[in-house]
Design a protein around this ligand. Structure first.
Ligand code: PHE
Length: 346
């Protein structure tokens, strides 16, 4: 038997079959045919019985076996690469698509303006205090020189929980609380917070709104200190051009008392619809702490004096950011808030 010819014929046959292969699956069929346990190549080994030169047979056998294996592997590699390419193509991620970005939350103007107010007063050496929103009659009225028969209670017709406990009608009870805590020592605090009154809800009023209480107590504190402080606050908040005007007023816990106006943000003082043609806009109440209040809360009124003020938070926010209706501040409408945020970031 001519082993060499026999092996060459099989090799030729193998190559011919391989050229017909078009898919990975077809290639697998050829591999099984030639290399599986009972495939063409292992079966060749049986021929060894028929030859005498076993060494040459062994060499020829190894040659054909290696050739078939190598050729099949190479072809398989080509198909695998091709297959991977196709899969990658199919699963291609379109990186040109815009991603879904996280939306940043926004701060409500109510809180934004509190931060601005706090920054200004902290810069003047004030500390920020806190007080309870649910108060008792003593702190909300009595200790502020508003006894039970006082007509000033009518001005703050209130939301009561029982005959003694109510939602605080102003932040001034914090004055009494801070004084009692400080036990006769000097005080320089502001306290922002919510207050409640039975009120109509309209463009400029709400049954719940915010105030920033201010209280300074020390020796030799006078009205000029109060005016300078408020002037500095107003100019820092609304710009150097703003003027302030003090009008005499009445609060039971301050004596003398004033209402403070600022020159109109809109017209600068000439008169317009915003300031009702007066040129001035009311912004806060203030005064020198009534000696009676000092005494009631543990201070020697002959030695100590002080001033206090109460700023309307929404009022300041509306003027600062040009908000036309107080109710917008509470509605949390994202369209309103996002516009407003742009203004604040400037
Ligand atoms: N508590 C007063 C009000 O609510 C404001 C005020 C505070 C006035 C402090 C004087 C001093 O109207």
């Amino acid at each position: 038997m001519d082993i060499k010819k026999y092996f060459d014929d099989i090799t030729k046959e193998f190559i011919e079959e391989l050229t017909k292969v078009k898919t990975y699956e077809e290639l697998s069929v050829v591999r099984i045919k030639y290399l599986s346990k009972k495939g063409v190549v292992p079966m060749l080994m049986l021929k060894i019985k028929e030859v005498s030169d076993k060494k040459s047979f062994g060499e020829a056998y190894n040659k054909i076996k290696n050739f078939v294996e190598l050729t099949l592997n190479e072809k398989q590699k080509v198909y695998e690469t091709e297959k991977l390419k196709q899969e990658l193509e199919k699963e291609k991620i379109d990186i040109s698509l815009p991603g879904s970005s996280l939306k940043r939350g926004m701060m409500n103007p109510y809180y934004k303006i509190i931060r601005e107010i706090e920054d200004i007063f902290v810069g003047m050496g004030y500390q920020v205090e806190d007080g309870p929103e649910v108060e008792n009659d003593k702190f909300n009225f009595e200790l502020l020189n508003i006894p039970s028969d006082h007509p000033a209670r009518d001005m703050q017709d209130s939301l009561y929980i029982d005959s003694n406990i109510l939602l605080r009608t102003h932040t001034s009870p914090v004055q009494a609380r801070v004084m009692q805590k400080a036990k006769g020592k000097p005080i320089k605090v502001i306290c922002p917070g919510k207050v409640y009154r039975r009120d109509d809800d309209d463009m400029t009023h709400s049954h719940q709104f915010g105030q920033v209480e201010g209280l300074v107590i020390d020796k030799n504190i006078n009205m000029a200190n109060l005016k300078a402080t408020l002037e500095l606050f107003i100019k820092s908040m609304f710009g150097e051009k703003r003027e302030i005007r003090l009008r005499s007023s009445y609060f039971p816990f301050t004596e003398p008392s004033v209402e403070v106006d600022i020159s109109c943000i809109n017209c600068g003082g000439k008169g317009c619809s915003m300031c009702k043609n007066t040129g001035w806009i009311e912004i806060l109440g203030a005064g020198m702490v009534n000696p009676k209040v000092l005494t009631m809360n543990g201070y020697d009124a002959d030695e100590y004096s002080g001033f206090a003020f109460g700023i309307g938070i929404e009022r300041v926010a509306m003027l600062r950011y040009g908000i036309d209706d107080i109710r917008r501040i509470y509605q949390n409408d994202i369209r309103f808030l996002s516009n407003f945020n742009k203004i604040c970031e400037d």
